[in-house]
Unconditional design. Structure first.
Length: 390
């Protein structure tokens, strides 16, 4: 059964801006200096008042903030001061909850060191489970309620009687359009809309992709500027207007780059067999009341990539990948739907991306295959010049 949806979205509302409700919060604290280049400086050189989470890249630091948000069921303003809603610099100010968090990080690290040989067995989520206060008394209703599907964040044992992974992947390739058609797919250019969780307004979007694995998505007119997500086949960057993030240009690192690589490669299904290793088929699952088959692979040998294929249509329904952080794994889920045949190839026109502190929906409307795309579309983008926070 598909995982139940939380009744409380992890969103941050920036009170000083009418654009506050447009996007889910990019959790961060104030810049230590103007970072106009997507450099690889450690977090303490990019942000002010970093006392514990030192030595990690800025994007990993922000992903860690998202892990806190999801683990405790809260958003930016619950930990940072009220004034931070209108001024990025205020994110560096201390609060009682920030001080408590630093102590809790030390406690968890010490317990993992002393009792689990330094392995990360305990995290914030272990005790909090979406609540600021860990529960101490068993809740009997949890034992007799409808069981929920728990997303595996480890490699599963091959399920007895399940088909080989190659069989499932071959069936998917055939359902998409066949190996010959897929091999001839060299590029995709599309227009559509972008929408964030709980916001009715849709924003114009352009998407460009080139085989074997380059991809750029541009959302126009978002908070007075463009939001850009680019992967050039080796490196990845994100750009957003200043009202939405203190980082005008953010260079993605580690698992974030692997996630961008996965998304770009899956745009061209012929890459799927070469993209991942250590394939295996897990137990049956259900997504939106449809039976699906879980196939696992890995990009780095450390964490699995979960792919779910619809048992009836054989099409890819969902992927779940994980990026590492100092406090736990950060999952990112992509749901695929509204498959339409274009030039003999079935293309998912709708994708829903869900991560620790947000959700967005992309709906494509005008899709062109095998068109010429300028190399500049996949170059490192310039820092946003959108409206600044006042």
């Amino acid at each position: 059964m598909d995982r139940q949806k939380s009744s409380r979205p992890f969103r941050c509302v920036r009170s000083s801006s009418a654009f506050a409700h447009l996007v889910t919060c990019i959790l961060s604290v104030a810049l230590a200096g103007g970072q106009t280049r997507g450099d690889m400086r450690p977090a303490e050189q990019v942000f002010k008042n970093v006392q514990v989470l030192k030595g990690i890249p800025a994007d990993e630091f922000m992903s860690t903030m998202g892990f806190f948000s999801a683990s405790l069921g809260i958003s930016c303003g619950d930990c940072h001061t009220a004034e931070s809603g209108g001024d990025w610099t205020k994110y560096a100010d201390d609060s009682d909850r920030k001080r408590r968090t630093r102590a809790m990080i030390g406690m968890v690290n010490l317990m993992n060191k002393n009792f689990f040989g330094g392995q990360r067995v305990l995290t914030c989520y272990t005790c909090h489970r979406g609540s600021t206060t860990p529960e101490t008394t068993p809740d009997l209703t949890q034992f007799y309620s409808t069981l929920r599907y728990r997303e595996p964040d480890r490699f599963v044992s091959p399920f007895p009687g399940a088909p080989d992974a190659e069989q499932v992947l071959d069936k998917y390739i055939q359902a998409i359009g066949g190996a010959e058609k897929i091999a001839g797919l060299t590029s995709i250019a599309a227009k559509g809309t972008f929408q964030t969780y709980g916001v009715p307004k849709k924003y114009p979007l352009e998407m460009f992709a080139k085989a074997p694995g380059q991809r750029t998505v541009i959302v126009h007119d978002l908070a007075g500027g463009d939001s850009i997500d680019t992967y050039d086949g080796r490196e990845a960057w994100t750009v957003a207007p200043a009202v939405l993030t203190p980082l005008p240009l953010q260079e993605r690192t580690g698992g974030e780059v692997e996630g961008a690589k996965l998304t770009a490669a899956l745009t061209f299904p012929g890459q799927i067999k070469r993209l991942l290793q250590q394939w295996r088929v897990g137990p049956p699952a259900v997504i939106d009341d449809r039976d699906v088959t879980l196939v696992q692979g890995t990009m780095n040998g450390r964490f699995p990539v979960n792919l779910y294929f619809d048992d009836e249509s054989a099409l890819l329904s969902r992927t779940v990948a994980y990026a590492d952080s100092p406090v736990g794994l950060a999952p990112m889920q992509v749901d695929y739907g509204d498959y339409r045949e274009i030039g003999g190839i079935k293309v998912p026109l709708k994708t829903v991306v869900t991560w620790l502190d947000g959700r967005s929906t992309i709906q494509l409307m005008d899709v062109q295959l095998n068109v010429a795309i300028e190399a500049s579309r996949f170059a490192r983008p310039a820092a946003s010049r959108g409206a600044a926070v006042r």
